[in-house]
Design a protein around this ligand. Structure first.
Ligand SMILES: Cc1cc2nc3c(=O)[nH]c(=O)nc-3n(C[C@H](O)[C@H](O)[C@H](O)COP(=O)(O)OP(=O)(O)OC[C@H]3O[C@@H](n4cnc5c(N)ncnc54)[C@H](O)[C@@H]3O)c2cc1C
Length: 484
């Protein structure tokens, strides 16, 4: 057993035995997130129960010059909550209190470790919900959702996490506690810091408490699915629906391989030879929904949809969405490991993008399957590979890079919702000018002058260098950092 780092005894003194994990065997659970290619072992993981404990732990980590990595549930898909180098994870998984529900003012105050769905469940009886609905919502924390500015199936109409966060409490990298727009139900005074923190991926501080907007749960829906002979036809339907002035809650697409995976797992009776499936939903005033649904179906049929089904039974509708949300998990049936890519492109480019993505997969000898938020132009090519074959991992990384570079080339961006983390850091200079990146770094340094928190994630650092393209199982190449 290696000698424990001197910070560990101090952390235990503040957080108690249950509040610190430092046994190397137990730490293995924390060596990656949902992006298994990037692995890194922390020195310890700490589990504070409130803001004051987060602040106390952060002060100890500062004293010992250890890097700080905020972590929610670890469902992230870009290696953002993984420690590369001498670092300690600060987990919010014991900060699960819903502190206040104020239906009159449509607001809830939660600790950062509250799971997304737990908040919606808590207010469901009042007819409200927390609108952001990532497919990982059973596990992902609201702090993690804010840090990644998570989207979801209903983002097209109802927006991403930033549109539903009213205020934030955060522990700065030196341990100072700040609150911004806390409890203000109208536009606050001064810079909109909650908006700046949403999507900052834990590079500015640790979010400890959030003031969340509660939205009335839509009561009336129409849900349809349509099957197409080609992905191009399905993509054209998406752009035509939007061009017709209809704003669906969701427009989700699966390609042929994905339909088969979902069918094997959930037995919906989707045709096994379909090339693409679109799942469309609208919500709103009951009286106008039938007309809009019929308009969408006419558009689908014009684009060669061969099988359109209305889904009016609420139980079947719930099953359908549950299957969509579990689609990623179902891939485990056909592949040992997979890398879920995430990029956003103009909707009008979807047909050619689907072709190009599959061609890139073929050229690298990789199977790529797709299930994605088509209405947002948010593509999720899923690259299947075997984690134990280093050469296959390299091909996966190279194919991913080519896909993302192509998305930039056609006017898109490298993430729609999963974030940049460490995975896509090397692509930031392809997306932004040197001057823009310098501005991002200056903002980070305002919060984190010592660059001690999640440095070299999201924003290229001038202090720490992390190189990703490496055979799997190896820790990433790291130099510089908190101790430098
Ligand atoms: C099966 C599956 C489906 C998914 N579907 C979606 C989807 O539909 N939409 C979507 O947007 N994402 C999706 N994701 C990705 C992921 O669930 C989201 O990014 C989620 O918001 C991460 O939450 P988390 O609590 O797991 O955060 P983590 O993975 O623990 O952390 C993610 C990032 O946020 C930072 N962070 C976490 N908590 C805090 C905090 N309190 N303060 C500051 N920084 C913090 C971390 O440092 C890291 O950079 C999916 C993931 C999986 C595995």
């Amino acid at each position: 057993m290696p000698t424990p780092h001197p910070a560990i005894a101090e952390l235990r003194a503040v957080l108690g035995e249950r509040g610190v994990v430092s046994d190397p065997n137990e730490l293995r659970v924390y060596e990656c997130d949902g992006f298994p290619i990037a692995k890194g072992m922390p020195i310890a993981v700490v589990f504070p129960i409130d803001t004051e404990q987060v602040s106390a732990a952060v002060k100890i980590l500062n004293k010992h010059n250890l890097a700080i990595v905020p972590r929610g549930s670890g469902t992230g898909l870009a290696g953002g909550c993984v420690s590369f180098g001498d670092g300690v994870l600060v987990s919010t998984s014991r900060m699960t209190k819903i502190e206040k529900i104020d239906i009159t003012n449509r607001m809830a105050i939660v600790q950062a470790g509250v799971r997304n769905l737990a908040l919606s469940d808590a207010v469901a009886a009042s007819g409200f919900h927390f609108s952001p609905d990532p497919s990982s919502q059973r596990a992902a924390t609201i702090g993690g959702n804010a840090a990644t500015n998570a989207g979801g199936i209903n983002t097209l109409k109802h927006g991403v996490t930033v549109n539903h966060i009213l205020g934030v409490e955060m522990v700065l990298p030196d341990g100072t506690i700040i609150q911004t727009r806390a409890g203000q139900l109208f536009d606050g005074v001064g810079p909109d810091l909650p908006a700046l923190l949403c999507g900052s991926e834990g590079t500015f501080g640790i979010i400890t408490r959030l003031w969340c907007r509660l939205a009335p749960k839509p009561k009336h829906f129409r849900t349809v699915y349509a099957v197409f002979p080609s992905t191009a036809d399905a993509c054209k339907t998406v752009t035509d629906v939007i061009a017709a002035g209809i704003l669906p809650t969701s427009m989700e697409m699966m390609d042929g391989a994905m339909i088969q995976v979902v069918e094997q797992a959930f037995h919906f009776g989707f045709p096994s030879d379909a090339a693409a499936l679109l799942l469309l939903e609208i919500d709103g005033v009951d009286e106008v929904l039938d007309e809009q649904m019929e308009a969408m179906l006419v558009i689908a049929q014009k684009n060669n949809a061969r099988d359109c089904k209305r889904c009016s039974d609420p139980a079947r509708r719930a099953e359908l969405w549950s299957a969509r949300k579990k689609a990623f998990g179902a891939i485990g049936r056909i592949s040992r490991s997979y890398c879920t890519q995430d990029a956003c492109i103009p909707r009008s480019k979807l047909p050619e993008a689907m072709e190009r993505i599959n061609a890139i997969g073929k050229r690298h000898g990789l199977t790529i399957t797709n299930v994605f938020h088509a209405g947002d132009g948010n593509v999720h090519p899923i690259l299947l590979f075997d984690e134990d074959k280093p050469e296959e991992v390299q091909r996966t990384l190279i194919a991913s890079q080519e896909i993302l570079e192509y998305c930039i080339e056609i006017g898109g961006t490298i993430t729609g919702e999963h974030g940049v983390g460490v995975e896509k850091l090397h692509l930031m200079p392809k997306l932004y000018s040197a001057a823009t990146l310098q501005t991002f770094l200056s903002i980070k340094k305002t919060f984190d002058p010592r660059q001690i928190i999640n440095d070299a994630k999201l924003i290229p650092s001038d202090k720490l260098f992390v190189e990703l393209v490496h055979p799997v199982g190896m820790n990433m190449n790291v130099s510089g950092g908190a101790g430098a």
